[in-house]
Design a binder for this molecule. Structure first.
Ligand code: ZN
Length: 301
């Protein structure tokens, strides 16, 4: 186990170095060092990667913008970066799936034995989920055209009161949400009606807000056959009481903001995600997924 951790650290270090090297690309000495480091990194990654068919990463996005965004600008994603990420995921053989498909896949693997005893999901192909929190207008304006271009599903956790009343940062309208559902593969799910996190309310009030949001989704969106009840906890906060109450209400997928991938040990009431930060290329995202997967699988062993 110690050896495994050492490899993780070496890989993380090696990955950081080439990025620093970009600033000095004219310098031949730097380049040579970079090449050596790249070689080492490739070797380490090969040793340390968990097979992509053993887990499912759920990516978390928030805000999108037309112009380029430099790295280090939080979670705002440029339209171009989103497009090149999705293109890269496809090149890498990932199938991007909806939460309905995720629910089915998890139900199936829950019923099957862990064939190779590594807490993995033993999937046939690598899957990946795209989730977007809060339901900003930029989801419709910048991200939706990209989802349409590549015909990929995306799952939005909308704050329903904010959508109905268009309060806070500019939100999508219900008619835009309808359009994304009707013409595309974008589905809306629960993020409570008011975005009050668990630490700022009682369990009763929290669940009331969840049910209100569910009612709004039913009211403003077309009837969705086989729709799973999915929710992202506002600010990622939850309690054991809330987890139980949501299960009692028939929810089957609850998402946190904790970093991790889904494997056999993942609780459906606390599904971890991976935040995609501004300026990340598709390669950066996949590299992050693989690092997080190594950590998740290691912890569970
Ligand atoms: Zn939120």
């Amino acid at each position: 186990m110690k050896r495994f951790l050492a490899i993780c650290m070496a890989a993380a270090l090696a990955c950081a170095v080439p990025q620093m090297g970009y600033a000095a690309e004219e310098n031949s000495v730097q380049t040579t060092q970079e090449e050596i480091t790249q070689e080492e990194a490739t070797q380490e990654e090969e040793t340390a990667t968990v097979a992509r068919t053993e887990y499912i990463p759920v990516l978390m996005y928030h805000h999108f913008i037309l112009n380029e965004v430099e790295p280090g600008n939080g979670v705002t994603m440029s339209q171009n970066d989103l497009a090149s990420q999705i293109q890269y995921f496809r090149e890498q053989g990932y199938k991007i799936i909806s939460l309905e498909e995720l629910d089915k896949i998890l139900t199936k693997s829950e019923k099957e034995w862990d064939k190779d005893g590594d807490n993995g999901l033993d999937l046939k192909i690598p899957y990946l989920c795209i989730t977007i929190d809060d339901g900003y207008f930029s989801t419709y304006l910048q991200a939706y055209p990209i989802f349409q271009k590549y015909q990929v599903p995306a799952s939005v956790f909308g704050v329903t009161d904010a959508i109905t009343n268009n309060t806070g940062l500019f939100k999508v309208s219900w008619s835009q949400a309808n359009q994304m559902f009707r013409d595309g593969k974008v589905r809306f799910y629960n993020h409570t009606s008011n975005h009050v996190p668990a630490s700022k309310t009682t369990t009763e009030e929290y669940i009331a807000s969840v049910l209100e949001a569910e009612e709004a989704l039913d009211t403003y969106l077309p009837p969705q056959r086989n729709r799973v009840k999915a929710l992202a906890y506002p600010n990622g906060q939850y309690t054991p009481e809330i987890q139980q109450a949501l299960l009692d209400e028939g929810f089957s997928l609850m998402f946190t903001v904790e970093e991790g991938v889904i494997n056999r040990d993942t609780e459906r009431t606390a599904i971890p995600r991976i935040m995609v930060a501004s300026g990340m290329s598709g390669e950066d995202v996949v590299q992050k997924i693989e690092q997080v997967a190594m950590r998740t699988m290691q912890v569970d062993e």
